[in-house]
Ligand binder design. Structure first.
Ligand SMILES: Cc1ncc(COP(=O)(O)O)c(C=O)c1O
Length: 382
């Protein structure tokens, strides 16, 4: 049986209503929102605003106009880092960040932006005491935290970190790529500065839509400028939101799919989906720990169903190849675009085998995965 266990990369299969919503827009809607007054354009506008309302609800944002759509979480992260940080600024990041954060910061180093890593333990746990001390440096203008690691599912202590950042007057930017749709983001209640997320992971939408939230008091320059369908008589980029951050034709089929994905989550219940995925992760952790030579990188606090492990001398890439070739099981192996996280966990440079169940994963699929893995490891031991 084909088994997909790579939901941390992108969720699959998408719920049927998501597939239908995407197809319906491609088939039926011949316009872009804000471009025209005919019925197609009005329908496009209502798809866009419906998606904005739903996304704001999922993120805990009271004003939907502060929610902006991008192409993916990577673009949202780039908007914030390049549009907010200035030369001489210092930014603090956890030891579990993705390259979507680390690479733009490496680029910004050439422009005088310094990056420091907040001490993070070998299971991915953040040292909040160190964060408090590091925030005393006046140059610190931003703290970036991944909400949950895409390598081992470790959940960051966001409530505590948000309180510490708020006291220091430094915005906290949450990378919720892995968590939006499965963990409450509570952007408003936590007074988060900015939030970036992917539409195609736990929010269950198709690829091609990312989300960005920016608190109204924070000045972030847009990364892309151009036509917005508004104030067309002016050469200046509109200064009001969301138009300031949304230039060019949006991905309307993607937005319709994202809306359907969010409706699916709200109907099924975010807590129920999370509990199920975390239960599957615990089952995996327990079963993997029973195998001699297998090392599971368990987080202290788990935020998602993502599990990472290594198996003695057998390379993660070989295991992934055999799972796919012989058993039709999809997992991800290697560094998962997060070399910093692997350095923190002690799994750099080979990385790990990452198994990430999703909303549609069953216990039978996990059992089949375990049986297949055992057979690969038994054969390698002979
Ligand atoms: C923690 C984290 N941040 C950022 C990203 C980038 O997301 P996207 O693919 O939407 O650009 C990912 C994707 O894997 C991720 O896991």
């Amino acid at each position: 049986m084909p088994v997909y266990l790579d939901n941390a990369a992108t969720s699959f299969p998408k719920p049927e209503p998501v597939v239908r919503a995407v197809c319906d827009v491609v088939k039926d809607v011949g316009a872009s929102p804000g471009r025209g007054a005919h019925r197609h354009a009005r329908r496009a506008e209502s798809i866009l605003s419906g998606c904005r309302d739903r996304t704001a609800r999922v993120l805990g944002v009271s004003d939907p106009e502060r929610v902006f759509f991008t192409r993916n979480a990577t673009e949202s992260i780039n908007v914030v880092l390049k549009g907010f940080l200035r030369p001489e600024d210092r930014v603090l990041v956890s030891g579990m960040e993705h390259n979507s954060v680390m690479r733009p910061l490496r680029g910004l180093a050439a422009r005088g932006v310094a990056t420091d890593i907040i001490p993070t333990g070998p299971a991915g746990e953040l040292d909040t005491g160190a964060l408090e001390t590091m925030l005393k440096d006046r140059r610190t203008r931003l703290v970036v935290l991944v909400h949950a690691s895409n390598v081992n599912g470790a959940l960051m202590p966001v409530d505590e970190a948000a309180e510490i950042c708020d006291k220091a007057g430094v915005p906290l930017f949450l990378d919720a790529a892995q968590t939006a749709g499965i963990q409450p983001v509570s952007a408003g209640d936590r007074k988060l500065g900015m939030v970036a997320c992917s539409g195609h992971k736990a929010l269950l939408g198709p690829a091609g839509v990312g989300v960005l939230y920016v608190r109204p008091d924070l000045e972030v320059l847009p990364l892309v400028e151009g036509g917005t369908g508004s104030r067309s008589e002016e050469f200046e980029q509109p200064d009001f939101c969301p138009d300031r951050y949304e230039s060019g034709t949006p991905n309307l089929p993607g937005l319709a799919g994202l809306s359907a994905g969010i409706d699916f989550i709200l109907n099924a219940g975010m807590d129920a989906i999370r509990e199920k995925e975390i239960e599957l992760a615990m089952l995996l952790e327990n079963r993997l720990s029973e195998i001699p030579g297998v090392r599971v990188f368990k987080p202290r606090l788990r935020g998602t169903g993502t599990v990472s492990f290594t198996a003695g001398r057998l390379n993660p890439a070989e295991i992934g190849f055999m799972l796919d070739e012989a058993f039709d099981i999809a997992v991800r192996t290697g560094l998962h675009c997060a070399p910093l996280a692997h350095r923190t966990l002690g799994t750099f440079p080979e990385g790990t085998v990452r198994v990430s169940p999703g909303h549609a994963t069953t216990v039978e699929q996990i059992e089949y995965f375990m049986k297949s893995l055992r057979s690969i490891l038994d054969r390698a031991a002979r």
